[in-house]
Design a protein around this ligand. Structure first.
Ligand SMILES: N[C@@H](CCC(=O)N[C@@H](CS)C(=O)NCC(=O)O)C(=O)O
Length: 251
C-alpha cells in the first residue's frame, strides 16, 4: 500500500489514442443480463468487518447512479464523519477508473487507479472494477463492490435517528427495490406514480432505501411529464440536502 503523501498522486490525463476507450474488457456477466459477477461481498457488521467509525472508505463516481445511492444514504444517515468518501475522475480510458485533479486524489491509499484497490485485495484479479467500492482501512482490502449490500449496510449498521430500512417494511422495500434494480419499466413507473398519489414518499412521511433507489432513476430519466406524482416527488426530494448536494444536474 502506498502511504498518502503531501503531494497528491494523480493518473496521467485520459488518453484514448494511447489506451483506447474503456471496456467492455472485463465484462464478467451473469445469466439474464449483462451484470458483473461480484467477487467481493463482505458485509459490515460481520466478524471480519465490524461497524467501527473511521474504519471504512467509499470510492465512488459522480457519474455512476449505483455509487450515487451509497452517497445519498451516507448523507441521510449523517455518516460523513464515520465513513470517508472520495471520487474517481468522471472519464475513463482503457485503464479504467482513475484519480485525477478534477475530483481529487485517493486520500486513503494514494492509488492513482481504482484497479490498485482490487489488486491489493486479490493479486491478479481479473474481474470487474466497479464503483461503488467499500474499503476496509484496518484490513487493507475491499469489503464489497456489491452496491445493494453497501447501501443496506450503511443504512443499518450505524444507528442514528434515521432508519432507512425499518424491519417491518423490509419485505415491501425489497420488493420495490427489485423493480428498480435496472432502469424501471414504464409499468413500474406507472404503478409508483399511482402509489405516490396519496403519500409524500413511497412509505409515507419517512424516507426509505426505496426512495433513494427511485429518485436516482428519476433524476436521470429524460422525461417525467407523463408521471405527475413522480415529477412532484422528484422535485420535492431534490430540495433535501442529502439528494441535492450529492447530485450534479445534467448528469
Ligand atoms: N452495474 C452494477 C453496479 C455497479 C456499476 O456498474 N458501476 C459502474 C459505473 S455506474 C462501474 O463501475 N462499472 C465498471 C465497468 O464498467 O467496468 C450492477 O449491475 O450491480
Amino acid at each position: 500500500m502506498t502511504a498518502p503523501t503531501d503531494t497528491p498522486a494523480y493518473a496521467s490525463p485520459v488518453d484514448l489514442d494511447a489506451y483506447g476507450p474503456y471496456g467492455p474488457g472485463r465484462a464478467h456477466t451473469s445469466a439474464g443480463w449483462n451484470r458483473p459477477i461480484y467477487p467481493f461481498q463482505g458485509r459490515i457488521g460481520s466478524r471480519e468487518h465490524p461497524a467501527e467509525a473511521g474504519r471504512y472508505h467509499l470510492y465512488v463516481s459522480w457519474v455512476c447512479p449505483y455509487a450515487h445511492r451509497a452517497v445519498i444514504v451516507r448523507r441521510l444517515k449523517g455518516l460523513e464523519d464515520v465513513i470517508s468518501l472520495s471520487y474517481v475522475d468522471d472519464e475513463r480510458d482503457g485503464r479504467g477508473w482513475a484519480f485525477r485533479e478534477r475530483r481529487g486524489p485517493d486520500p486513503v491509499n494514494g492509488f492513482t487507479f481504482l484497479e490498485q484497490a482490487y489488486e491489493a485485495t486479490e493479486k491478479g484479479y481479473l474481474g470487474h472494477i466497479s464503483v461503488p467500492v467499500l474499503w476496509d482501512r484496518t484490513l487493507g482490502r475491499i469489503v464489497s463492490n456489491h452496491y445493494p449490500d453497501i447501501t443496506i449496510d450503511l443504512a443499518t449498521q450505524w444507528s442514528s435517528g434515521v432508519d432507512l430500512y425499518p424491519p417491518d417494511l423490509r419485505p415491501e422495500i425489497d420488493a420495490i427495490n427489485s423493480g428498480l434494480d435496472r432502469r424501471p419499466a414504464p409499468e413500474t413507473l406507472e404503478r409508483l406514480d399511482r402509489r405516490l398519489g396519496d403519500r409524500r414518499h413511497l412509505f409515507g412521511d419517512v424516507i426509505t432505501e426505496s426512495d433513494v433507489r427511485l429518485w436516482v432513476h428519476l433524476v436521470r430519466l429524460a422525461d417525467l411529464s407523463a408521471y405527475p406524482n413522480l415529477s412532484a416527488y422528484a422535485r420535492d426530494l431534490h430540495q433535501h440536502p442529502a439528494f441535492a448536494d450529492t447530485f450534479e444536474d445534467g448528469r
